[in-house]
Ligand binder design. Structure first.
Ligand SMILES: NC(=O)c1ccc[n+]([C@@H]2O[C@H](COP(=O)([O-])OP(=O)(O)OC[C@H]3O[C@@H](n4cnc5c(N)ncnc54)[C@H](OP(=O)(O)O)[C@@H]3O)[C@@H](O)[C@H]2O)c1
Length: 316
């Protein structure tokens, strides 16, 4: 049986992505084979493809390399001592992070303890939205110790991480403010956030006395947002490139500040899948592209203006 994959053949523009053919892996002990239905496209995939960042430098001698960390699909085989799942179960996971990747494949072999069972009430599309983005959202909010009544400012509430972070913070009964462009103002309001149009005025002219800043944009937008904070505020800055600069500036101003690297946590994914199943969390998908349209999918994510997530349909 064939296992089509999308590989980075060399570092460069989206056109360096190519379909390659591999064999279906054999499950090792404790692993299951997942027939991947949907694979999520994340900004890190785009950066790695362009040759930027840590995953690129670590994998530069391993090209062609198959990116992808988010998968949802069906268990089709179980290795020795793999007992958590049965053939036919729907599962999702945040796999191979950060160095192995491999999610842009039709079949993957995954340690069963890295996977979550997808409840019947959750589609495989929704399940593929959650792993990397959802865990980043949850871990950023946890790091900032967001609690009921906190005034929380989330930069880029309409993105893959942001739309989940907004909803988790609202569910924690925080007062949530978020930045977005004009076209996302209504969408952000439907999620329960006070939406600030960053194209109209910087956040610092629109909100003050903020307890927690969750920065998903970095650079100048983050530096401006520091002006919205009250004494003793907590800052979590997620984009790696500017994290050092923003933490340094925030600390000089007397705030607690930290960067972060998301850490795969299947229990956290279980919780989010449950929240989706009971309607507490809504996943947003801008587009699902056939795997053969991966170039367009990368171009979309590269715009920096995706609403929610972009997925690849790995079986068409
Ligand atoms: N450190 C980690 O472990 C980790 C983990 C995950 C992600 N990240 C990083 O975190 C960042 C966000 O990830 P993501 O997956 O959410 O990205 P994404 O889905 O590509 O974000 C797109 C969103 O950003 C918004 N946006 C763009 N420019 C903005 C601005 N100046 N102000 C406010 N919103 C703006 C867009 O809204 P509009 O269209 O309305 O402008 C769009 O909805 C990326 O840099 C990613 O690499 C880091």
């Amino acid at each position: 049986m064939e296992n089509k994959q999308i590989a980075i053949t060399k570092f460069g523009g989206p056109e360096v992505l190519a379909v390659q053919s591999a064999s279906v892996p054999e499950p090792k002990a404790g692993e299951v084979i997942v027939k991947v239905a949907f694979s999520g496209v994340n900004p890190i995939d785009v950066k790695t493809r362009a040759g930027l960042g840590w995953a690129a430098s670590q994998n530069k001698d391993k090209l062609p390399w198959v990116p992808g960390y988010d998968v949802s699909g069906q268990v089709v085989a179980c290795g020795e001592a793999a007992e958590r799942f049965n053939q036919g179960d729907n599962v999702a996971g945040f796999i191979g992070f950060p160095l192995q990747g491999g999610g842009y494949s039709q079949y993957v072999s995954v340690p069963e303890n890295e996977l979550s069972l997808v409840p019947d009430a959750v589609t495989l599309e929704a399940a593929a939205v959650l792993p990397l983005a959802g865990q980043t959202a949850a871990q950023a909010l946890n790091k900032a110790e967001v609690k009921e009544g906190d005034r929380v400012l989330i930069l880029a509430g309409a993105g893959g991480v942001g739309h989940l972070a907004v909803q988790i913070a609202v569910a924690a009964k925080a007062e949530v403010y978020t930045t977005c462009s004009e076209r996302n103002l209504d969408y952000m309001a439907t999620l329960g956030a006070h939406a600030i149009n960053y194209q109209f005025a910087p956040a610092s002219e629109r909100v003050e006395e903020v307890d927690v800043l969750i920065d998903l944009v970095g650079g100048d937008a983050a530096l401006d947002a520091l002006k919205c904070l009250k004494d003793g505020a907590r800052v979590v800055t997620v984009p790696p490139l500017s994290a050092e600069l923003i933490c340094e500036k925030a600390k000089l101003l007397g705030f607690e500040a930290t960067g972060m690297l998301v850490d795969p946590n299947p229990e956290q994914l279980d919780t989010m899948l449950y929240m989706v199943s009971v309607g507490l969390l809504k996943t947003e998908i801008q587009s699902v592209y056939p795997m053969t349209d991966v170039v367009t999918a990368h171009e979309q994510v590269e715009t920096g203006h995706t609403r929610g997530k972009v997925l690849l349909d790995m079986q068409c």
